[in-house]
Design a protein around this ligand. Structure first.
Ligand code: FE
Length: 132
């Protein structure tokens, strides 16, 4: 979701979409959207919004930035996940070690990314499990 003019800490997010039996889901749709580094959404265009499909290993890969906080909310990325022919799961992903997590009433520790800091930015992993 990096475009010209996108500033902030780079975030390389990847993972898989899996069934309850841990089988990879091919062709699942992931639709991501988030605030920019200052906590502002693009509500007139599609900056920092985008979708993709998982590959035959159920894998997805997203290059973006770490979103900023905005009033009432800690850092988070919104995502809708849909396995082919199944219902849409709408959820959010969170960042470990962010002080504001504890003041955000809808924060959920089950939705924390696994994050490593690297010279190029943050590298994060999250696997989604779909029940159908
Ligand atoms: Fe939000």
């Amino acid at each position: 979701m990096i475009e010209s003019g996108t500033t902030g800490t780079r975030l390389f997010l990847s993972g898989r979409v899996l069934t309850l039996a841990c089988a990879p889901v091919t062709g699942a749709t992931l639709d991501f959207w988030q605030a920019d580094a200052r906590g502002v959404y693009d509500n007139s265009g599609y900056r920092l919004r985008g979708h993709q499909l998982t590959d035959d290993g159920g894998r997805y890969s997203l290059e973006t930035i770490v979103p900023g906080e905005y009033p009432g909310r800690t850092e988070h990325i919104h995502v809708k996940v849909q396995a082919p022919g199944k219902t849409v799961l709408t959820t959010q992903l969170y960042f470990p070690g962010v002080a504001r997590n504890q003041q955000d009433s809808i924060f959920d520790a089950h939705l924390l990314l696994t994050v490593q800091d690297t010279a190029a930015g943050k590298v994060a992993i999250f696997d989604f499990v779909t029940s159908g």
